[in-house]
Write a protein that binds this ligand. Structure first.
Ligand code: IMP
Length: 180
């Protein structure tokens, strides 16, 4: 295990099993609806890559990138869109795919923006949910794992742009950060 990794919360196998279940559920819920999955960059890229390979119905894929003002989301929850969708989502069944919902500020804002474009439906799928820190309540349709109030990295999630490549999700020990 790497020095700064405190504890593995979810192994690669745990994640694969859960993502497989989520993919099957989404497949049955969206059968015949030709959904558009929207990954929120960068954190969701590994999750959405695995998730769509467990979905056995036709889908479309698009991405959005949003700014986080350095490493913090502005407390107002107003985020800047760095990359908008390529597709028009009017009358489409849209599923937002996120790595983690924490305060909910980021997704709360995005949800409003996308809802204003009048999709046929708009739902949220997140790999991780940390409900203890929630400020903005969101309708989360699909959630992989609930996690406690601890910072996590791996499987796409970063700390200062590092650790995204870890195949598992782990607690980060921040005090030893300079040693690694
Ligand atoms: P929210 O707006 O507070 O819900 O924050 C969501 C975003 O913050 C996520 O998309 C992540 O990019 C980031 N984030 C929140 N918690 C963590 C964490 O534990 N590890 C890595 N990134 C996190």
């Amino acid at each position: 295990m790497r020095d700064n990794i405190d504890e593995i919360l979810f192994s690669a196998e745990d994640i694969l099993n859960r993502v497989t279940d989520m993919g099957l559920t989404i497949s049955s819920d969206y059968r015949g609806l030709d959904p558009l999955l929207v990954g929120i960059l960068k954190g969701s890229f590994i999750f959405i890559a695995d998730l769509i390979r467990k979905i056995n119905i036709p889908i479309n894929l698009d991405f959005m990138a949003i700014s986080s003002y350095g490493n913090n989301i502005d407390s107002s929850g107003v985020v800047r869109i760095l990359k908008d969708l390529d597709e028009n989502i009017s009358e489409r069944h849209v599923l937002i795919v996120e790595d983690i919902v924490d305060t909910g500020l980021t997704l709360g804002y995005l949800f409003q923006i996308l809802q204003a474009r009048r999709p046929a439906s708009l739902k949220i799928c997140t790999l991780l949910d940390r409900p203890t820190r929630r400020i903005v309540e969101l309708p989360i349709a699909y959630s992989g794992f609930q996690i406690p109030d601890t910072f996590v990295v791996g499987y796409g999630l970063d700390y200062r742009q590092r650790y995204r490549n870890l195949p598992y999700i782990a607690k980060l020990r921040l005090k030893n950060e300079k040693n690694n």
